[in-house]
Design a protein around this ligand. Structure first.
Ligand code: ADP
Ligand code: MG
Length: 356
């Protein structure tokens, strides 16, 4: 359905300097595929999506869609716009139109769909994304997750052959990521062709037929989710997919437990740790307000490997040679609830590591 050959994109800055963001991108995308594009920021993922739908015309190579070269002179871009929808990080809804008006606008203008039919379908789409009751409100009264679901409905209203998603959940509060991902999951089940730039590794693994790992302006490795996440061929891919999320606190005398507890909870929601949130919060509370209450300063580091789902909480005392725990304290209350507790010296001090 889409065939990309030696695609390149060089931006020329106002001062004449140039930056080549896409170097040589090659891929074939079949109808019904769900492809997640992952990779470090600044590697050209957004630029690739914007090149594919000609929002950012490429400077070299070819893009074929349904057998036509869309970069050829004379190719009509409105034809492409009808085939290809795009969902942005920041929703890009029309703020002066109601939710329903947002959805019927393009079908009526570009496809000449009669208003009655456009409204009827818009209501069906709003039902599908769980927002039928919001048809007549303005976007400003919606949460981020709701806005993004409207943006998806708006895109679907054009019956595109493919939808490109550029980090559809990155601008959302962590509590709202799930509702948007579940709508996208549903579309994947229905067989819609999608290209999704995302940082949600587990989502990418679960929903995609193929993964593109982008790095330095090329598709550095592509393969099935199983290959990319469990058995990557290249070391940079492996390092990226196994990277670890971290939350670090410096605990001093004036430490505010409640505000850091809120941050810990947000972290847990963001990285799909909701099943562990109560335990993590309990461990932090017990350690900071009880076992280590007299040990300050202290560094607490919560780490989570998204794919393996390994979570650890480190309590680190800089410069210490021995365990900061009071004599005879074996943390029995905590030990009974967690996977393991390790007390160990490090290059910088001593830590109590609790595997959760
Ligand atoms: P990603 O989405 O992977 O984070 P982007 O595609 O947004 O990466 O950007 C890749 C690089 O291209 C960045 O270094 C960015 O600064 C640069 N870039 C993107 N758009 C423009 C532009 N319009 N003009 C100049 N440089 C740009
Ligand atoms: Mg981007």
């Amino acid at each position: 359905m889409i065939s990309i050959k030696h695609l390149s994109k060089t931006f020329t800055n106002p001062d004449g300097t140039q930056i080549t963001v896409l170097k040589d991108v090659n891929c074939e995308i079949e109808k019904g595929e769900v492809i997640s594009i992952i990779g470090p920021s600044g590697t050209g993922k957004s630029t690739l999506l914007r090149a594919i739908n000609m929002l950012e015309p490429p400077t070299g190579g070819e893009i074929w869609v349904d057998g036509e070269n869309i970069m050829a002179k004379g190719y009509r871009l409105d034809k492409l716009r009808q085939k290809m929808g795009m969902v942005f990080q920041n929703f890009n809804l029309f703020e002066h139109m109601t939710v329903l008006e947002n959805i019927i606008y393009a079908p009526m203008r570009l496809k000449k769909v009669p208003e009655d039919a456009a409204r009827k379908e818009a209501m069906e789409l709003l039902n599908k994304v769980g927002l039928a009751q919001k048809a007549d409100v303005y976007p400003s009264s919606l949460s981020g997750g709701q806005k993004q679901r409207v943006a998806i409905a708006r895109s679907l209203a054009m019956h595109p052959e493919v939808i490109l998603f550029d980090e559809p959940t990155s601008a959302l509060d962590p509590t709202m990521v799930g509702e948007v991902l579940s709508v996208i999951r549903q579309l994947a089940k229905e067989g819609l062709t999608m290209l999704i730039v995302t940082h949600e590794m587990r989502f990418a693994r679960d929903v995609s037929s193929r993964i593109f790992f982008m790095k330095d302006g090329i598709i550095y490795e592509d393969g099935s989710p199983q290959q990319i996440f469990e058995n990557p061929r290249r070391s940079a891919t492996k390092a990226f997919v196994n990277r670890i999320q971290k939350l670090v606190f410096e605990i001093n005398e004036d430490f505010d437990f409640l505000s850091s507890d809120t941050e810990v909870k947000r972290f847990c929601i963001k990285y799909n740790l909701t099943s562990k949130v109560d335990l993590i919060s309990y461990v932090a509370g017990e350690m900071l307000l009880n076992h280590l209450k007299d040990v300050r300063p202290l560094t607490v580091r919560l780490t989570h490997a998204e794919l393996s789902s390994e979570t650890a909480m480190d309590f680190m005392v800089e410069g210490a040679q021995n365990s900061p725990l009071p004599e005879g304290d074996n943390l029995d209350d905590i030990r009974a609830k967690v996977i393991d507790i390790v007390e160990e010296p490090t290059s910088r001090g001593f830590r109590v590591k609790i595997l959760i």
